[in-house]
Design a binder for this molecule. Structure first.
Ligand code: BGC
Length: 163
């Protein structure tokens, strides 16, 4: 029996002031997420899925379909998508409740969430059937048919601590 608590969880240093940061990092690494300190952990799923399947798949691995809260987070996601050379991904927002009222999967307006950069001419609700939010390679938004299969990004969010 060791008195050294840091051996309880390999890689966890309990003497550090940023324990929450480390715990998130550990959980993220376990699930092959890419962790960016202060922003969150993200994982690109290259295999294409409908928006709702993507939403479920993220939840099944302990995350959620990504919500973009800042330009910095948009950049993290854009880099992931760009590196994998993918054209379009799903993120966690939609206007399924009310046309043109885009909300995150936590029911917050995307305009309040912190990042909302639409592609020129979007959202256009093409075919009156585009209610899920996709992000293009250039980091801009496009509303797409939720039944279409795209790659997607899951997130384990960095906890927002207010002091
Ligand atoms: C349009 C998008 C639309 C998509 C549907 C694109 O050419 O620019 O607005 O969502 O086609 O397939």
């Amino acid at each position: 029996m060791h008195n050294n608590q840091s051996s309880v969880v390999p890689g966890l240093n309990l003497t550090s002031t940023s324990i929450v940061d480390q715990l998130i990092s550990l959980r993220a690494r376990r699930n092959n997420y890419i962790y960016t300190s202060g922003i969150g952990a993200h994982k690109l799923h290259i295999e294409a899925a409908s928006w709702n399947s993507a939403r479920h798949n993220c939840q099944d691995e302990g995350g959620h379909l990504a919500i973009i809260n800042s330009m910095e987070e948009a950049q993290v996601i854009r880099k992931l998508v760009d590196t994998a050379d993918i054209e379009t991904i799903w993120i966690g927002a939609h206007d399924l409740f009310n046309e043109d009222e885009f909300v995150t999967i936590e029911d917050e307006s995307i305009y309040k969430a912190g990042y909302s950069m639409w592609e020129r001419g979007e959202p256009n609700n093409a075919g009156s059937n585009e209610h899920c939010l996709a992000v293009k390679k250039d980091g801009k938004f496009d509303d797409r048919d939720c039944k279409q299969a795209f790659s997607y990004v899951c997130e384990i969010r960095y906890p927002q601590v207010y002091v």
